[in-house]
Design a protein around this ligand. Structure first.
Ligand SMILES: Cc1cc2nc3c(=O)[nH]c(=O)nc-3n(C[C@H](O)[C@H](O)[C@H](O)COP(=O)(O)OP(=O)(O)OC[C@H]3O[C@@H](n4cnc5c(N)ncnc54)[C@H](O)[C@@H]3O)c2cc1C
Length: 287
């Protein structure tokens, strides 16, 4: 069973993720009313269906909802889950630590529904060929649940594909040396149809916004191709991109740790290599 907002494309998404049945909350549940109406509604669905496990995205909304549900239902929750196994009445969850160099195991043993907050890209989507049965569920709307009101909504302008969904991610680090130089990564991303990311060093320096940060305290991505450009490969960065299908590194230091994780590496000055790469791709694409 999947729980989410209504919409035709979301029905398709549910089928893609292997769901057989999907329940939709009214738009108001999460968008406008904060966590309380959503928690009330999902708590009701849990009482009704008593699922063994409920999975949540590791997003602000997902974490907010799970902490509320965990307290309300007095049931355990595990965050940052990379994998899990159902064992009789318990759930054993694997939590990758230190850039997935270690795997911690946490077990929830109390009876009842277990809540797991799953790291992005932890599982490959599994296609369900059968039509998905969508059931609309009205969002709880009691007055007492309206303690939190949305005052304003700020939309962050985004160009190109989102980092989380991009098949190609071009990330830059301290080696870029400044904000303006990120323009060459944007140009590379444009010719390849990819999205631009960054290391924390570049974010902390104020060159790019936090929304572009990849790593332990940023986003986790799993594209087909990840370009690490002027990035050394600290364990905290690796934890956000190590599972990419192919990793391509451009770094002037042949000893940079990121090379150990790369499928393809170029030792050289990024300010020489990247423009040449862009030219060659343009030529081959006839741009
Ligand atoms: C609790 C905690 C959480 C963290 N979370 C994150 C996180 O989410 N994401 C993250 O990225 N980091 C995170 N960090 C920081 C992390 O430890 C590193 O400091 C950071 O990733 C380094 O970024 P960098 O690789 O861009 O910089 P550096 O380590 O300074 O590497 C720069 C690289 O650029 C290369 N270079 C320089 N000039 C050129 C050139 N002209 N051409 C080619 N290559 C060049 C250098 O050889 C070097 O390898 C975290 C740290 C802590 C303690």
């Amino acid at each position: 069973m999947g729980v989410g907002r209504a919409g035709e494309h979301r029905r398709g998404l549910a089928a893609l993720c292997g769901a057989e049945r999907r329940q939709c909350l009214g738009q108001v549940a999460q968008r406008e009313g904060g966590v309380l109406p959503a928690a009330e509604t999902v708590a009701g669905l849990i009482e009704q269906h008593r699922p063994a496990v409920l999975l949540f995205a590791s997003s602000y909304a997902g974490r907010d909802l799970v902490s509320n549900l965990s307290a309300r239902l007095d049931c355990g929750a595990i965050t940052d889950v990379g994998d899990f196994q159902l064992k009789d009445d318990s759930v054993e969850a694997t939590i990758p630590a230190l850039g997935a160099s270690y795997q911690n195991i946490s077990t929830l043993v109390r009876p009842g529904t277990k809540l797991l907050v799953v790291r992005p890209k932890s599982f490959e989507p599994k296609l369900n060929e059968q039509p998905v049965n969508v059931e609309e569920v009205a969002a709880a709307s009691a007055e007492g649940l309206r303690k939190v009101q949305m005052k304003d909504r700020v939309v962050v302008k985004r160009e190109g594909p989102s980092l989380e969904g991009a098949k190609i991610v071009i990330s830059g680090g301290r080696g870029l040396k400044g904000e303006e130089q990120f323009a060459i990564l944007k140009e590379l991303a444009d010719v390849l149809g990819g999205a631009v990311g960054a290391s924390r060093a570049a974010v902390d320096a104020g060159w790019v916004p936090y929304a572009m940060q990849i790593g332990q305290t940023g986003k986790t991505v799993k594209p087909d191709v990840y370009f690490a450009i002027g990035i050394s490969g600290a364990v905290q960065h690796l934890s956000g991109m190590k599972t990419s299908k192919y990793i391509v590194t451009i770094n002037k230091d042949p000893e940079a740790p990121i090379f150990q994780y790369s499928d393809f590496g170029i030792v050289g000055d990024l300010f020489k290599v990247v423009p040449q790469l862009i030219e060659e791709i343009k030529k081959r694409k006839g741009l």
